[in-house]
Write a protein that binds this ligand. Structure first.
Ligand SMILES: Nc1ncnc2c1ncn2[C@@H]1O[C@H](COP(=O)(O)OP(=O)(O)OP(=O)(O)O)[C@@H](O)[C@H]1O
Ligand SMILES: O=P(O)(O)OC[C@H]1O[C@](O)(CO)[C@@H](O)[C@@H]1O
Ligand SMILES: [Mg+2]
Length: 330
């Protein structure tokens, strides 16, 4: 068990799970705020995997020069299945102690916070989380870092697809990311005026989609966009399109899977600001003696939420928004 009898002098940070635009801005803010407060800052490469392999790098102010505008993560990220095992986390804790590290900042999504929370609870080690995921599925913050950039990437693509849909009278099924969460699908549906939205949180009824398409045709609409979150329980866009085509063979349909273009790219202004404020907030939280919490932004204020709540409560989509999206796309 770790007893933090001394002041925090040396902190580490890592990025974990899917990369998210703005992770670099968060790294920059953590490093510079740490140095400003006379802390030593250590970067851990490749998420929890790097923690196990002692893949550490000392971070100086110039290590983070000119990265605020860059997508991805200079520390690299990974999914590390073994971190779910207690003996693996024991090794991680031992490595942190061996490197003289007093606290850890984890930049990632709900899965990363599960790992971070276990590390904090099992060893009493000071850990702070920063919400970095394009999925926006974390409780305790209005938005996660990367979401804004990702949804803007999606609507730029959907606007282009719309041109072809209209020119050729095609119904497009556009698949967006979100294995367990429909935030990207719902926001981009509303913003691109999509004719229908399919989400993991709502049961998809193929018959209902078909009758909706018929209704649209009667209203003289000859093209359309249906946004499908990849985690929809009826299947991804390819599967949904196949099922619809079985019922309505006369319709011209196409499928576009946007895939990983949604995770890359230069972060938006909003994501850069959010990442900078939360990165600074994570370091000041540690200096104030906070641990086992995530730093988030609610109503433009920095707030702290126990890590456990961030992944157990998740963030819920507003079901009224689905209705609104339908009404205004009719
Ligand atoms: N239950 C768990 N216990 C311990 N560690 C976990 C657990 N779940 C996830 N992790 C760790 O966190 C890593 C990242 O989790 P995950 O792949 O779910 O991504 P995420 O952080 O939710 O980000 P995103 O959803 O944006 O890709 C996992 O590879 C694993 O190392
Ligand atoms: O297939 P990969 O690259 O592991 O990541 C896909 C997953 O990561 C996310 O994009 C979030 O980063 C999810 O929406 C998606 O399910
Ligand atoms: Mg996740």
């Amino acid at each position: 068990m770790y007893t933090n009898s001394n002041k925090i002098k040396r902190i580490a940070l890592l990025t974990s799970g899917g990369d998210a635009p703005g992770m670099n801005a968060a790294i920059r803010a953590i490093v510079r705020t740490g140095i400003y407060n006379n802390l030593e800052v250590v970067g851990i490469k490749n998420g929890f995997s790097g923690l196990l392999k002692k893949d550490f790098v000392e971070m100086k102010s110039n290590s983070v020069s000119k990265i605020i505008s860059r997508g991805g993560t200079i520390l690299k990220s990974a999914r590390c299945k073994e971190f779910k095992l207690k003996e693996t986390r024991e090794k991680a804790f031992a490595n942190l102690r061996e490197m003289g590290i007093d606290a850890l900042i984890v930049n990632g999504g709900d899965g990363s916070f599960r790992g971070a929370d276990l590390l904090s609870k099992e060893f009493g080690f000071p850990v702070i989380g920063i919400p970095c995921t394009i999925d926006n599925d974390i409780y305790g913050t209005d938005f996660t870092i990367g979401f804004d950039t990702a949804i803007n990437t999606v609507i730029e693509a959907v606007d282009k697809i719309r041109d072809t849909a209209e020119s050729h009278n095609i119904i497009f099924f556009v698949e967006v990311m979100g294995r367990d969460s429909g935030f990207i699908a719902l926001y981009t549906s509303i913003a691109s005026g999509a004719e229908a939205t399919l989400l993991p949180e709502v049961k998809t009824d193929i018959k209902q989609i078909c009758s909706y398409m018929e209704q649209e045709r009667r209203a003289n609409k000859t093209s359309g966009i249906i946004i499908v979150a990849e985690g929809d329980k009826e299947g991804g866009a390819t599967e949904i399109a196949r099922k619809v085509k079985e019922q309505l063979p006369e319709y011209e349909t196409r499928v576009t899977i946007l895939g990983h273009i949604q995770r890359g790219g230069n972060p938006s202004c909003k994501d850069r600001v959010l990442a900078s404020i939360l990165g600074h907030g994570a370091v000041t939280a540690l200096l104030e003696g906070k641990q086992g919490v995530m730093v988030g932004m609610a109503h433009n204020r920095t707030v702290y939420t126990p890590l456990e709540e961030t992944y157990l409560k998740h963030d819920q989509i507003d079901h009224n928004w689905i209705e609104v999206s339908k009404i205004i796309s009719l």
